[in-house]
Design a protein around this ligand. Structure first.
Ligand SMILES: [Zn+2]
Length: 177
């Protein structure tokens, strides 16, 4: 079993570099473009009801699949989560992510068995909702984090679900990064 904790500082540096290389300075982050710029193919696929995402590593090619049935915001988060796996982890040739594994609350996922899933979720949240963008956004300060309706415009601006935004803001408030 892995004994190390999630590499939050490494992920922060990596995300900052990816956004800088892609010239992204405002939301929504073009995650598809960033994925393709790494030579990774992105497919919207029929993954049934069990999986939100899949990462397939072939010889010299990597393909990310996101579930056609999921909402657009979910597909974006899943794609970012799988990019995190592709960049951070050596993995099996085929890695399936069931929906429940993606975008878990950090308090639950930190108790989870697999630090790689915690890292992939943190990578996805960090690249889709960069702390610099949120800290520069007055809307993010004035929001009632308990109110999903109040969260909606900010979530829409970043192309994420209100749940993902809510988790990200509470993490930034408690961990500052
Ligand atoms: Zn995963």
């Amino acid at each position: 079993m892995k004994s190390r904790g999630p590499r939050y500082a490494l992920i922060k540096r990596q995300v900052t570099k990816l956004l800088s290389d892609a010239g992204v300075t405002a939301p929504p982050v073009p995650i598809e473009k960033i994925i393709r710029s790494h030579g990774i193919k992105l497919r919207v696929a029929d993954l049934g009801h069990s999986a939100s995402g899949v990462l397939v590593r072939g010889e010299g090619s990597i393909v990310i699949g996101v579930n056609r049935k999921d909402p657009r915001t979910r597909q974006r988060f899943t794609a970012a989560h799988e990019l995190g796996h592709a960049l951070l982890h050596d993995g099996d040739p085929v890695h399936y992510d069931p929906g429940f594994r993606i975008n878990l609350r950090s308090d639950l996922s930190s108790r989870g068995v697999d630090v790689e899933e915690v890292e992939a979720n943190h990578f996805a949240a960090s690249i889709l909702m960069p702390s610099e963008f949120l800290l520069a956004d007055p809307d993010a300060f004035l929001i009632d984090a308990e109110d999903p309706e109040a969260m909606a415009p900010l979530a829409k601006k970043f192309g994420v679900s209100t749940l993902a935004m809510s988790l990200r803001l509470s993490r930034l408030a408690s961990h500052n990064g």
